[in-house]
Write a protein that binds this ligand. Structure first.
Ligand SMILES: Nc1ncnc2c1ncn2[C@@H]1O[C@H](COP(=O)(O)OS(=O)(=O)O)[C@@H](OP(=O)(O)O)[C@H]1O
Ligand SMILES: Nc1ncnc2c1ncn2[C@@H]1O[C@H](COP(=O)(O)OP(=O)(O)O)[C@@H](O)[C@H]1O
Length: 516
């Protein structure tokens, strides 16, 4: 007698496989599922599937070892809601290929067809994540479907330069006739990305322009074999074609213009026209019509970030007031922007003492501040955790999560754990920078000084072996290579150390100049 079949195991794909899965499920990517080893090899080597169909990028599903034996797998979103059923046709090992995909030499992959289990609900701006069929369907009335459609793929706001490029492309595509415009906004699943800033430019686009949000997977790096030129453009062209576009304009860093033309592209990729700002005329013009020395190119993202950080309005020659206001909302001046101030260092190095003093100074400046001190966190958030590597990582990640949420609401989180591992600190930086800024202070007081202080008598016990895995004695401390400030408290007074950090925060713009 056989009982009811066991439910297949569940798995949440990583960000790139998730992006591929979404494109497969919504029909933007004309593949039935994830690729086998020979399909992957064929795509990487020849830019074609084994049957000769041109296809630009490998679409693979990396899975943990325990899934290798599964016949079927339920793929879920990050919250565990089922998205698709994978019927496994092949299990393969990335190390079997003679090159590395995304730098991985090992790791298992599952290949096979996927079938939609339930329409996805995950992702920021889900209502704008329109499937290609939905967009195509809305054009099948009257003459719309016969008009050329220009898709504009962008992962960044549309400033004057990009808007001029779109207008030029419309003229080129329509030759005087009407053109439909579809903005394909490439944004991460879990972040609004450039979506609000692109939507803010809607009144400056042709009437009835449409918008669809999607997440394009990063193009894998394939060491040992040169990636074919225009690979990312070709993937974008396939996606644009699925949405019904006849032409594609890609809005990117002007220093890295898209490869054009792209052989085999199912839509025509339009080369972006070169526009420059004519300082004398006070207007944007085609670059070849502006006298050398009187043109200026648009602000770089770093210049934009710097102006926003100082609370200055972006210049009107560069962008519209609508886009500028939207960017200022997302990146308020640093005096109002969320900040994770993160101290790391050995036990007894001075983290808690300095953190307390700095938190007081921040409070006096009028900002809201939360102190997440190591000892308090260990009692409240992380009670029960040990000092094993995995428990330390969990402890530090929890601190990072809370700090990032504080940052999301414009507050300052001052954190002071040992945080001995570089990789975990990097994770915290990434979480914090998603919602605000991150500032890392390495309290680099040497071990001998910390041990001589031995405020809690822990070093003596650690030397006697009474405390195992003690940082600096019997457990590692990875000194940061990315600290924004390094402090040694060997000879400095507490007040001096606090003042050094406060001054750095003032200089960076996170505290008003006169606070203290
Ligand atoms: N094995 C071991 N190693 C290091 N430290 C130990 C250990 N056992 C207890 N303690 C005490 O715990 C404090 C460090 O906790 P943290 O949460 O900051 O550590 S970690 O970031 O999770 O590594 C640390 O406090 P601080 O002196 O404030 O850093 C120590 O007092
Ligand atoms: N410049 C300084 N900054 C911070 N602490 C100092 C300084 N000079 C001496 N100390 C002393 O060093 C000890 C640091 O302890 P603590 O702040 O708890 O360190 P940690 O949190 O890194 O374990 C305190 O006793 C403090 O008085």
């Amino acid at each position: 007698m056989t009982g009811p079949a066991a439910a297949p195991p569940t798995f949440t794909p990583g960000p790139d496989a998730m992006a591929h899965l979404e494109l497969i499920l919504n029909g933007a990517c004309p593949l039935p599922g994830f690729m086998t080893a020979s399909e992957t090899a064929s795509v990487v080597k020849r830019g074609r599937l084994p049957d000769g169909t041109p296809w630009p990028v490998p679409v693979t599903l990396p899975v943990p070892d325990e899934l290798v034996g599964a016949e079927r797998v339920t793929l879920t979103d990050a919250e565990g809601a089922p998205l698709a059923e994978l019927t496994v046709s092949e299990r393969w090992w990335a190390g079997s290929l003679p090159w590395r995909v995304n730098g991985e030499t090992s790791g298992h992959r599952l290949a096979g067809e996927v079938h939609l289990a339930r329409p996805p609900v995950h992702g920021v701006y889900r209502s704008l994540r329109r499937a290609p069929a939905e967009v195509r369907g809305s054009r099948e009335i009257g003459a719309l479907a016969h008009r050329p459609m220009l898709a504009v793929l962008t992962d960044r706001p549309l400033h004057h330069r990009a808007l001029h490029q779109i207008r030029t492309a419309i003229k080129e595509v329509g030759r005087g006739g009407p053109v439909e415009v579809l903005l394909l906004i490439d944004a991460p699943f879990d972040d609004e990305g450039a979506v609000p800033a692109v939507l803010a430019a809607e009144p400056l686009l042709p009437p009835r322009s449409r918008f669809a949000v999607l997440t394009l997977p990063r193009a894998e790096t394939t060491d040992g074999i040169a990636p074919p030129e225009g690979r990312t453009e070709l993937l974008a062209a396939h996606v644009a074609a699925a949405y019904g576009a006849s032409h594609l304009l890609i809005n990117r860093d002007p220093d890295q213009p898209p490869a054009v033309p792209v052989p085999g592209a199912p839509v025509r990729i339009v080369a972006p026209a070169a526009w420059a700002y004519d300082i004398r005329a006070g207007a944007w013009r085609l670059a070849d019509r502006v006298t050398a020395g009187e043109s200026r190119s648009e602000l770089t993202p770093t210049e934009v970030e710097d102006l926003l950080g100082r609370g200055e309005t972006l210049p009107a020659w560069f962008t519209s007031s609508r886009v500028s206001a939207e960017l200022a909302r997302r990146r308020p001046a640093r005096v109002r922007r969320g900040l994770t101030l993160f101290f790391t260092g050995l036990s007894g190095s001075g983290k808690s003492t300095i953190a307390r003093g700095v938190a007081d100074a921040i409070r006096r400046s009028g900002r809201t501040v939360t102190l997440l001190d190591g000892d308090v966190v260990r009692r409240m958030l992380s009670s029960g955790l040990t000092f094993s590597r995995s428990d330390r990582d969990l402890n530090v990640r929890r601190i990072g999560y809370v700090a990032a949420e504080i940052g999301r609401h414009g507050g300052v989180a001052v954190c002071a754990p040992i945080a001995p591992y570089a990789a975990t600190r990097a994770e915290v930086r990434a979480m914090a920078e998603d919602t605000g800024d991150f500032f890392l202070v390495h309290v680099a007081t040497p071990l001998e000084v910390c041990e001589a202080r031995d405020r809690k008598g822990l070093y003596a016990k650690a030397r006697l072996g009474e405390i195992p895995e003690f940082t600096g004695i019997s457990d590692p401390y990875e000194a940061p290579g990315d600290a924004d400030l390094v402090i040694d408290t060997t000879t400095a007074t507490e007040a001096e150390s606090v003042a050094t950090v406060v001054e750095a925060l003032r200089a960076g713009g996170w505290l008003p100049r006169m606070a203290g």
